[in-house]
Design a protein around this ligand. Sequence first.
Ligand code: MF3
Ligand code: CO
Ligand code: CO
Length: 296
Amino acid sequence: MFLKNNKAKVGRNDPCPCGSGLKYKKCCLGKKFPKSDSLKALYLKRYNIRLKENKDIEGIRMAGRLVLDTLDLVEEKIRPGVSTDEINTLVHEFTIKNGATPAPLNYRGFPKSVCVSVNEVVCHGIPGQRILNDGDIVNVDVTSILNGYFADSNKTFFVGTPGLDARKIVKVARECLKLGTAKVRPGNTIGDIGWAIQRYAEGQGCSVVREFVGHGVGFEFHEAPQVPHYGRKREGIGLVPGMVFTIEPMINLGEKNLRVLKDKWTAVTADGSLSAQFEQTILVTEDGFESLTPFE
Ligand code: MF3
Ligand code: CO
Ligand code: CO
């Protein structure tokens, strides 16, 4: 989703978000803590974050299963000569057939049912007449609404035989999602996630896109909080059980800057370098995380 300016942070010396009145570092920082009704009310009031209950989590999990099945179907179809519009048709029809709705269609004026982003396209590619060529990389970002619940996941696929640059950027982006996700547990913060991603990506000589971030998801397409894929350890909102958000790092082979095309959606790297992305919908559990769109 689009980055909005938002300065909510829990510092070590701030009051603990659990409402105890103690400093964060003396209380919940680094500790497990329960998803109490008061925590739910506090996260809503303080951050506009809607913590999920078990029945909500089961609903998002079911939507997530459908999203993964859709991505598997797309993977089978991808080969040189296929147009991005054919991927849209496949996703649209499979989603409807399964009693769900494609969330992108007409979302803020987006004209198609899925985002398909080829090579230098960072995200929000609009399916159309573009034909996939041997050696391309293509990201397919699927969000489905099933029984009122949203799940959001994407993967970057190779078309035919990848070159060295394609292999590198896809490998780094996949690893970034994994390292960011590994930071998800109660007591860690949103900044810990971005820090882990940024450190690895830049260490590999790649860059992290700033303009688009992960986001809360489940009741709606884009909810609070925002989840940047860069940042500092121990900064940002504290993670608590029942939070559900995406992690979806967009990683560029060259510079981090991007521009948006005249269609007002398609974001491309400013330097024309390759960009790759992986996304999962992640639940914070009592002792870590569970992916509600589990792949790998
Ligand atoms: N699925 C994208 C995300 O992860 C959002 C796409 S918005 C759309 O945040 F309108 F382009 F579909
Ligand atoms: Co998303
Ligand atoms: Co998405």
